[in-house]
Design a binder for this molecule. Structure first.
Ligand SMILES: [Fe+2]
Length: 276
């Protein structure tokens, strides 16, 4: 049984052979992830990162000083970080839309690559950047640049279950997924583990184990399956963030760069919302 819970990959044809409705399969945790290998050109990953450095949007990893440098830089608007002030959040998101209008000129648009992958998974629904009834738009996607081998302990991401943001339109969705396009790993000579996914939806009973860091004991006692997702630059994957997941500490000197989104999905909703 433990060997059967594996990501569906490497392309949409194979994903659909494994799961006729990939979005529902992710929601039900029938599969841990949908992976598109080689979705984005590696040369454009490198070219865009160089552009970010030239434009001063991120620190150059070559000259970055661990003592004084920022450990993480975002290019984009984060609801989790800025959502406490709605007006400021939507003003920031408008700025991100403006920045992204020209930021990728001359390269394949990585935000489009990410939305295209999601649209292939949710072919019966309309994939759109999340918006409020009055038309205000959320950030379309966010670049996350990590400069140190950090770790995210087992957790979930969910605007309703975890963040309790009932005053945002994205709260209407039952399920929340993440989409991640890997732009650069911390080491170039090996495939790095991007995340560890556990076949374990969040429930109030799990909460004390996350807070007390006893989740591993709980998972072992319950025989909960888990899987490591290894990703190379240019690979894109989607997984259910309402289930417990974690990011192991990565070793290596380079910054790790990803383009990430959250996804709102309900089986009976015609729209799929994307935000960051
Ligand atoms: Fe997460």
């Amino acid at each position: 049984m433990a060997d059967t819970w594996r990501p569906a990959e490497p392309d949409i044809e194979t994903i659909r052979r494994i799961a006729r409705d990939p979005m529902k399969a992710l929601a039900d945790l029938e599969i841990p992830a949908c992976v598109f290998r080689g979705a984005y050109p590696v040369s454009d990953c490198d070219g865009l990162i160089d552009r970010f450095i030239q434009k001063g949007l991120i620190d150059d990893p070559k000259t970055w000083d661990p003592e004084t440098g920022r450990k993480r830089i975002d290019i984009g608007s984060s609801l989790a970080q800025k959502g406490n002030n709605q007006d400021a959040f939507f003003a920031h998101a408008a700025g991100t839309h403006e920045l992204y209008e020209t930021l990728f000129d001359g390269f394949v648009d990585p935000v489009e690559t990410l939305y295209d992958g999601l649209s292939a998974l949710a072919s019966d629904k309309k994939v759109v950047t999340a918006y409020e009834p009055d038309g205000r738009r959320y950030g379309p996607a966010i670049f996350r640049i990590h400069y140190e081998g950090h770790r995210y302990a087992p957790h979930i991401d969910h605007v309703t279950l975890r963040e309790k943001r009932f005053d945002f339109a994205v709260t209407r969705f039952t399920h929340q997924f993440a989409g991640v396009l890997v732009m650069r790993n911390t080491t170039t000579d090996a495939t790095a583990t991007q995340s560890i996914l556990h076949r374990c939806p969040w429930t109030p009973a799990i909460h004390p184990h996350l807070r007390g860091e006893t989740f591993y004991e709980y998972a072992a006692a319950q025989n909960i399956e888990s899987v490591r997702v290894d990703m190379n630059p240019g690979d894109l994957y989607f997984f259910n963030t309402g289930a417990i997941h974690e990011v192991p500490a990565l070793e290596g000197d380079d910054a790790r760069v990803v383009l990430a989104v959250f996804v709102g999905y309900s089986e009976d909703d015609d729209e799929v919302f994307v935000w960051s």
